[in-house]
Write a protein that binds this ligand. Sequence first.
Ligand SMILES: [Zn+2]
Length: 240
Amino acid sequence: MRKQHPMREDGVVAFDLGIKTLATGVTDQGRFYHIGGFKSYRYYNKQLDKIRSKRDKCKKKSRRYIRLSKVYKRVSEKKRNKQRDCLHKASHLIAGKLAERAVVIGDLSQRQMVMKNHESETPKEHTKRRIRNRMVYNDWGLYGFTQMLEYKCVRFGKELSIISERDTTKMCHVCKHKQDMPLWKRTYRCSNENCGLVMDRDENSAVNIYERFLARPGPHTGDPVRCAECSPQSTCLKTF
Ligand SMILES: [Zn+2]
């Protein structure tokens, strides 16, 4: 029989899903979780690009061409397996081992919508966006990850909520001021001088998702409202 982990019925954990860190979470008790993701995608991509460029220099259907195609297939399969394994472990950790019964994540389909709006971009920005898309949607498999989370949460008797994540990265969770947050900025430094919050960008976003979940409209009963800043404790869970 599967080992049962203790569950807090009124517990809530909200996650920001991302590229640098797969999932950054905050609980109703103000505790932070950092779950690292698949680290070696860069290594695999480099290898794959190298094999492909070698192959493309060969005559099509030549013996070398066919051999390199096979190698390419083998390496990309290995990459996929490693990645899936990593996502499985992470979703299992969230659904099966964390104590909070309610799990909240942002709605990723909105992210794509934001990226589709690209009429005024320069060619450089266009290339950048394409690379970013490849990173988010193919290499990280965030969609696959949310699907895994969905069925694992059902299996472990948890409630998964998917809510709008609009501006959760841009907004300061303390003073609600909004500022641009390009991907390379890993730290949120609130430019509102009366506030001056300095916080990890993913943690700030997770707190916003958590607060948005509590403030969500519609019938829901007896959620415990507690300030996420009361007991700031950072706990690194695991990095695969
Ligand atoms: Zn602020």
